[in-house]
Design a protein around this ligand. Structure first.
Ligand SMILES: C[C@@]1(CC(=O)O)C2=NC(=C\c3[nH]c(c(CCC(=O)O)c3CC(=O)O)Cc3[nH]c(c(CC(=O)O)c3CCC(=O)O)/C=C3\N/C(=C\2)[C@@H](CCC(=O)O)[C@]3(C)CC(=O)O)/[C@H]1CCC(=O)O
Ligand SMILES: NC(=O)c1ccc[n+]([C@@H]2O[C@H](COP(=O)([O-])OP(=O)(O)OC[C@H]3O[C@@H](n4cnc5c(N)ncnc54)[C@H](O)[C@@H]3O)[C@@H](O)[C@H]2O)c1
Length: 255
């Protein structure tokens, strides 16, 4: 009998949320594609170096350079650009396939992860179509089958989301950090996770979005008894005793 484990479906990508904050990433090229790469990197708080002749700069890339958002070298790529040991990743977006392939080979020699735009066999990772709303990021990949389709699917997904989902997630992030203060320590982990999951399930997205800091404090009082008060109980500041666990299970036998 086949075991009841998930079936392996090869041919996909490993989709990750790569933490490039404060890490150096080299972008080669300064055209339209580079502008998108640079924005993605700055959104992820990376330290970005751009190499491209000024004559080929797109307006957006020129703006990032003028804003000092990136370090800029006004010339074509040189092999020594890869000498900086800080570089964790390379992206090329140049209209010169020979230069692209040369850069790919040099990156492989140095074991630096690289994306060569539009050359799938020369990519350690692909980009995807990304929806962003505050802390929420949704990436759609078609694994090289149809980049424009990725764009269409991403827009379709984004259109189904509640308008305030990003704000709700930001609030939940605050609540989780507060919970770690109220209930610190590894031994509390399983209880913390269960309580947090229950809050997310029992409160609606709209409730979570409306949650203010004082509501969070109130809600956290339910952690020890492990009974989640409803949004209105917290919001209307009902007597804590109404929802606080008193040792009964919501009913009592009067004898
Ligand atoms: C998602 C997105 C992210 C980004 O780059 O930011 C992205 N391409 C986007 C747009 C786009 N790219 C192309 C078109 C023309 C229409 C079309 O072909 O559909 C359009 C549409 C447009 O321009 O509107 C041409 C194209 N792209 C690749 C090839 C080479 C090939 O297929 O062999 C060719 C030339 C094909 C040819 O010559 O015919 C290859 C790749 N492009 C990828 C990502 C990776 C796979 C992602 C996936 O499969 O999901 C991969 C493998 C490598 C990589 O570059 O990382 C971004 C949309 C972002 C957004 O708008 O939301
Ligand atoms: N993956 C994608 O989403 C996607 C979409 C469209 C195009 N592309 C491909 O990406 C590449 C770039 O596209 P684009 O629209 O940004 O092109 P573009 O012509 O706007 O920009 C090319 C840039 O590369 C620079 N450049 C050229 N040779 C260089 C070198 N040796 N060193 C440093 N910089 C150099 C130029 O100065 C220019 O800034 C093309 O090959 C294009 O086919 C990819």
């Amino acid at each position: 009998m086949a075991p009841n484990f998930p079936e392996v479906q090869g041919g996909g990508s490993l989709i990750l949320a790569w933490q490039v904050r404060n890490k150096r990433v080299l972008v080669i090229g300064g055209g339209e594609v580079a502008a998108g790469r640079i924005l993605n990197l700055l959104n992820a708080d990376a330290k970005v170096t751009v190499v491209s002749p000024r004559s080929g700069l797109n307006d957006e890339v020129a703006y990032r350079i003028a804003q000092n958002a990136v370090i800029y070298h006004d010339r074509v790529f040189e092999a020594s650009d890869l000498d900086d040991p800080e570089i964790t990743m390379v992206m090329t977006a140049v209209d010169d396939p020979v230069a692209s392939s040369q850069i790919w080979k040099l990156c492989k020699e140095r074991r630096i992860a690289a994306n060569i735009a539009d050359v799938p066999p020369e990519c350690d990772f692909y980009f995807g179509s990304v929806h962003r709303d505050g802390p929420l990021q949704i990436m759609v990949s078609t694994n090289g089958n149809g980049p424009k389709m990725a764009n269409i699917v991403r827009r379709r997904i984004a259109a189904t989301l509640p308008e305030n989902i990003g704000a709700a997630i930001t609030k939940v992030g605050m609540l989780r950090r507060k919970l770690r203060v109220v209930a610190p320590g590894d031994e509390e982990g399983p209880k913390r996770m269960k309580w947090m999951s229950k809050v997310c399930v029992q409160w609606s997205l709209e409730d979570l979005c409306d949650m203010e800091e004082q509501d969070m404090e109130e809600l956290l009082r339910s952690y020890a008894p492990d009974q989640i008060p409803s949004y209105s109980q917290v919001k209307l500041k009902e007597e804590p005793g109404v929802w606080e666990f008193d040792g009964s299970f919501g009913w009592a036998c009067v004898v």
